[in-house]
Ligand binder design. Sequence first.
Ligand code: PLP
Length: 400
Amino acid sequence: MIEIAARMSRFEESASARASQIARALKAQGRDILAMTTGEPDFPTPEHVKQAAIEAMRREQTKYTNIDGMPELKRAVAAKFKRENGLDYKPDQIIVGAGAKQAIFNAMTATLEPGDEVIVPSPYYVSYFDIARLAGGEPVAVHTSAGDGYKLQPATLDAAITPRTRWLVLNSPSNPSGAVYSKAELQALAAVLARHPRVAVLSDDIYEHILFDGREFHTPAQACPELYERTLTVNGVSKAYAMTGWRLGYAGGPKHLIHAMAKVQSQCTHGPSSISQAAAIAALDGPQDIVRERSRMFQQRRDFVVEALNKAPGMHARMPEGAFYVFPSCAGVIGKHTPDGKTIASDRDFTHYLLETEGVALMDGTAYGAPGHLRISIASSVEVLGEACIRIQRACEMLR
Ligand code: PLP
């Protein structure tokens, strides 16, 4: 028997990937399932991006690239950081990986000693937690409240920092809450970090372009120049350009950290496919109007879903400020009974009930460190979202 290592019990597989797999399996069995579990745009990858990939194959750009990415792509990433974020990163301060996820994995693997702490404001993208654990670190969930817009407060940050803290992870716009930090809010957190020079910042900007109500995007390395030397700015093409399957992310940061991250990558994937890298150049250098147009479409869907969910008894949805999730509280259904007499004791019970009775697959808030909530991906057509909301309303009305 091949034995599995003890470290495997320190972390979980991705909950949303698992939920999406279950939804796909039920669909394959012929069940009428509406899956609102995945964090990927339903739009196609832009045509000019696909064309660039085809051309790369035709000219035999099919060989290993530099581990930290093709020089032309690193140039395009540097230009993007300058153009959109006012950030100066030289080529040796940039690494390209197989998704933002790989950049996060590289960074934690390259920096964490056993027991080092990583502060992760909850609700959180669960991979920060599990990647920190896989790298031997200790994720520390720090609570944020609906009253504070699910944003980390300076005093809470201050109280969470210990001599073992190595990273503060910030994710704005946030998956799952949709919270977006203003420049002043980032600067207030930077004021706390000024007293803790050993704490680095990992800013996950993957939803940068999905911003609502005319909000502006700010990233710590730019909003707080004093943090530039200890910030890793992570981003990628997955969400902005509907390229989740191409597996292409990137990060900018201090040269010595990028170098260490590349060393990790050299022994795991060697980096993303050469074809995806060619496609990413086209995405970053090409026209950007499609990004804004899609963000407007997400905003319309958000308005529709929030309004519909607030009509469902027991649900309360806030307006997300960005990203493509609605994150309602379902506290009002907990303790109620289903028509066949089962008690809904948790958000997880409620998602099981929705899947069984109405075929609606959603994520429970517990998976994101926020029990009593649901995460609904709005990356589906308005027709599908409309039908899902009708079913959720009906399921809520059936509870006693
Ligand atoms: N960061 C956040 C907050 C995400 O929600 C996701 C994907 O859902 C990722 C990173 C992973 O992005 P990528 O596809 O670039 O690995």
